[in-house]
Design a protein around this ligand. Structure first.
Ligand SMILES: *Cc1c(COP(=O)(O)O)cnc(C)c1O
Length: 470
């Protein structure tokens, strides 16, 4: 065994090999040396487990392994993928993709010093919220606004500022859990507020709220039931009535809009999602919503409404911990500016463009992609196109589906595991392709495929399960 270990070169000798020297030039001495050391340790383990030392110790093999280690270490973990899942705003795939003009402004803000907290008129210290506050007010009709890391942070900050050690009235039908451990009761507890549940799961009346009001209550809250819909014998109190009741008792009325929107989606044939301005006009004192759901911008949480409440929120020390950085401020400001020219929104904001993509256009992508896939699979699978439904995602309009078209890959020999291995092979492509397995086939919903040529160009690298690579 120890004789076998000796077949491996010593570290210094290894580093002097031409192939490894080239790696030192490419990646730097520190990384190359570290990778060489790690590779030797792994090789020793393998020899201890019975691997053939003569094979392992070949310079070409050792060099390749060091190179592979370095390449992996120096390639980004966060990578672009093709989202063919059929969920347009996919939280696990990073939600909204940014409009081009937004990307340019983010790059500029990243590359140079900016007036982030510097008032160019006076030369004095400025407020980072000032870059977006006027826009948010103009677009929503709010008196004031502030922005934080995401909508979860917005809800946390509002509750902590306005309802610490006090009760918050919420309908039992709205105690939502959004994916990724955001549960209203837990957020409420962390914010130091006491949840006071009102009504029942399916029906909540105005008088349920009226009876719950006491001097322990700090605010009334309505939460968008983003990812589910209660159907059947249901009743929720309209926002205007809840607002009036709250105001009669001198309580602020806060609405967590979830996705939130600034324009009427019905103009593009999508289901109507209540806008921030409608909710504020109905009497909400504050609304909170996300930047990267339907709005189609960066991850952010927007808080808009009454000036006195926003001023209190901005003074909360937690605001400092939840504030936005310059890149997100640049992205949010650029996104909101697109909403100032609503005629161009649908084309310029990718989320809206994809949600409203005409079926004929998706069909055309299917006609381009399906033959290329059929070529790749030969007789290993049957490739066809099929009508399917995309969903909006991220808790926006959960029950509304958008007619779309998919390529569907049916295995010809229904061997167990083949489909999972096929899905894994698609994920292993240079730009991983994420589809969805359903009804014994792999479905690739083409609604979000805008770069069909890029998709097709990498299909030659698909490592079909059960087929040896040449
Ligand atoms: C999505 C959502 C949140 C969380 O928003 P993030 O921006 O993801 O933090 C909170 N409340 C509701 C109702 C939501 O739909």
């Amino acid at each position: 065994m120890s004789a076998d270990f000796k077949k491996l070169p010593a570290l210094d000798r290894l580093l002097a090999w031409p192939q490894v020297k080239a790696l030192t030039a490419a990646y730097g001495e520190t990384a190359a040396k570290d990778a060489a050391r790690a590779m030797l340790a792994t090789a020793r383990d393998e020899i201890a487990k019975g691997a053939n030392a003569d094979d392992l110790a070949k310079p070409a093999i050792l060099g390749q392994r060091i190179e592979a280690l370095l390449a992996a270490r120096f390639s980004p973990s966060l990578r672009p993928v093709f989202n063919l899942t059929g969920t347009v705003i996919h939280t696990n795939l990073g939600r909204a993709i940014m409009p081009e003009s937004v990307i340019a402004e983010v790059a500029a803000a990243a590359a140079q010093p900016t007036n982030l907290e510097f008032d160019l008129a006076t030369g004095r210290r400025g407020d980072r919220d000032s870059h977006v506050e006027a826009q948010i007010c103009r677009l929503t009709g709010a008196e004031a606004a502030t922005v934080v890391n995401n909508n979860a942070a917005a809800v946390l900050l509002v509750l902590n500022t306005l309802a610490r050690r006090k009760e918050v009235l919420v309908s039992r039908g709205e105690l939502v859990e959004i994916g990724g451990a955001f549960r209203i009761p837990d957020v409420m507890a962390r914010a130091g507020a006491k949840l006071h549940e009102v009504g029942t799961t399916n029906r909540t009346h105005l008088k349920d709220f009226a009876e719950a009001v006491s001097d322990r209550v700090a605010l009334v809250m309505k939460i968008h039931t983003s990812n589910y819909e209660v159907q059947g014998f249901t009743k929720a109190v309209p926002e205007a009535e809840l607002a009036a009741l709250s105001h009669n008792h001198g309580l602020p009325f806060v609405v967590d809009l979830g996705s939130g929107m600034l324009v009427d989606l019905a103009q593009w044939g999508l289901p109507h999602e209540r806008t921030a301005q409608e909710t504020l006009a109905d009497g909400a004192d504050l609304v909170t919503f996300s930047g990267d759901k339907l709005l189609g911008g960066p991850q952010a949480g927007i808080i808009a409404g009454r000036a006195d409440l926003v001023a209190k929120i901005k003074k909360n020390p937690m605001k400092r911990a939840l504030r936005l950085d310059k890149l997100v401020i640049a992205a949010l400001s650029a996104t909101l500016r697109l909403y100032e020219a609503p005629e161009r929104l649908q084309q310029e904001v990718p989320v809206l463009r994809l949600l409203t993509r005409p079926l004929e256009e998706i069909d055309a992508v299917a006609d381009e992609v399906a033959p290329a896939l059929a070529d790749v699979f030969g007789d290993a699978a049957r490739v066809e196109t099929s009508a399917c439904n995309s969903q909006i995602g991220s808790g926006a309009l959960p029950v509304d589906l958008l007619p779309s078209r998919a390529v569907v890959i049916h295995p010809t020999s229904g061997k167990g595991g083949w489909l999972n291995r096929l899905a894994a092979a698609f994920r292993a492509l240079p730009v991983p392709v994420i589809g969805r397995i359903s009804d014994g086939a792999l479905w690739l919903d083409l609604r979000c495929l805008e770069d069909a040529a890029g998709f097709i160009s990498q299909l030659g690298e698909l490592n079909l399960p059960g087929r040896k690579r040449s």
